[in-house]
Design a protein around this ligand. Structure first.
Ligand SMILES: NC(=O)C1=CN([C@@H]2O[C@H](COP(=O)(O)OP(=O)(O)OC[C@H]3O[C@@H](n4cnc5c(N)ncnc54)[C@H](OP(=O)(O)O)[C@@H]3O)[C@@H](O)[C@H]2O)C=CC1
Ligand SMILES: Cc1cn([C@H]2C[C@H](O)[C@@H](COP(=O)(O)OP(=O)(O)O[C@H]3O[C@@H](C)C(=O)[C@@H](O)[C@H]3O)O2)c(=O)[nH]c1=O
Ligand SMILES: [Mg+2]
Length: 293
């Protein structure tokens, strides 16, 4: 049996990992927050070091982008120190460490898709805290993959799709049309993480260490994403609001967000053969499962 530690079990990506099918010799250990508190890095290190794990997948994170501006210490503890503790423990056990990071490490000034080696320049506390986690994993664990993804959605947890549907009883919504990125289904990220960790375990000589981008096939804006969400809701017979395209300056938020965070996924395809999914198709599945429940 090979036991994989997965943090963030109750989150979007964690739940999607649990829902996948896995080989019979793989056991997922997904402790809830009360059994492994990422805000307490000392406990994280001792928990991991004393167990017989074969790999770690860190999908636990502090993801409240605006709230992080007021809680930088909490955000840094969970997004920086906890990954450091996990990476150090992984190195001690000589096991691979997979870590999920974000497009918000970039400043958004580039007009072309971001490459993995482009300089980062976070413009929010959340982005900076995630950047510190990346650096820790890169420095502390010789056998790792840092997977940067973006605009995650699923039928569970908090995300833009669910926010839009929750607000759909309003007559009108205003949504920013000058932030560009790629929505990514949690299920697709989970699939990528599974393929990477199984390659690390089964064919380590063919499983490079490094930083990779994974997002979906089509760039959009939050405004166009909202239109797609409501088009689908309308097709299902629901009443939908009219949506007004606005500029970022007309939607004040505590945290700044990158104007462009579209990422190239070519490196992951080259090294691991993993291709981006289609967010429009995943959106349909997400909507369908929201409506069954
Ligand atoms: N959501 C997004 O749009 C994006 C996310 N990412 C990254 O992807 C990864 C997964 O994100 P996603 O699944 O959306 O995140 P969610 O916000 O859905 O879930 C976060 C998970 O982390 C857990 N967690 C938070 N604080 C602690 C703590 N102190 N101790 C233990 N567990 C804790 C949460 O547990 P609990 O339920 O107890 O709070 C939850 O299981 C993260 O690294 C995130 O930064 C990257 C790009 C976009
Ligand atoms: C609700 C709402 C939001 N917005 C804007 C605010 C913001 O610029 C954008 C998206 O808002 P959200 O708060 O849903 O998304 P946000 O929390 O910024 O999502 C981010 O989460 C973290 C965890 C990541 O790592 C990123 O990849 C990204 O997914 O939409 C509107 O313009 N109108 C609205 O009615
Ligand atoms: Mg948010």
């Amino acid at each position: 049996m090979r036991k994989i530690l997965i943090t963030g079990a109750t989150g979007q990506v964690g739940k999607a990992l649990a829902a996948l099918s896995w080989p019979d010799n793989i056991l997922l250990d997904m402790p809830a927050r009360q059994f492994l508190d990422l805000a307490n890095p000392d406990l994280v290190h001792s928990h991991v070091s004393s167990a017989d794990y074969s790999a770690i997948i860190n999908c636990g994170a502090y993801t409240a982008v605006d709230r992080a501006e007021d809680e930088p210490l909490e955000a840094y503890r969970i997004n920086g120190l906890a990954p450091a503790a996990l990476a150090k423990a992984a190195a001690g056990l000589a096991i691979p460490m997979l870590h999920v990071s974000t497009d918000y490490v970039f400043d958004g000034k580039k007009t072309d898709p971001y490459l993995e080696d482009d300089p980062i320049g976070p413009i929010s506390v959340y982005g900076a805290s995630k950047a510190s986690g990346e650096l820790a994993v890169r420095c502390l664990s010789a056998n790792h993959v840092i997977l940067r993804t973006s605009w995650v959605f699923s039928s569970v947890g908090t995300n833009f799709v669910k926010t839009m549907l929750r607000l759909s009883d309003r007559p009108q919504l205003r949504v920013v049309a000058d932030q560009h990125g790629c929505p990514t289904a949690a299920q697709d990220i989970a699939g990528a993480l599974r393929d990477i960790v199984l390659r690390k375990l089964d064919r380590p000589q063919d499983a490079p260490t490094g930083t990779y981008h994974f997002s979906s096939d089509e760039a959009t804006t939050w405004y166009d994403f909202a239109l797609a969400i409501f088009a689908m809701a309308k097709e299902a017979g629901l009443a939908v609001p009219s949506v007004e395209a606005i500029e970022t300056k007309d939607y004040p938020t505590a945290a700044r967000r990158p104007a462009n965070s579209v990422m190239s996924t070519a490196r992951l395809e080259r090294d691991y053969g993993i291709r981006p999914g289609q967010w429009r198709r995943a959106l349909k599945d997400t909507f369908a499962s929201l409506h069954q429940s």
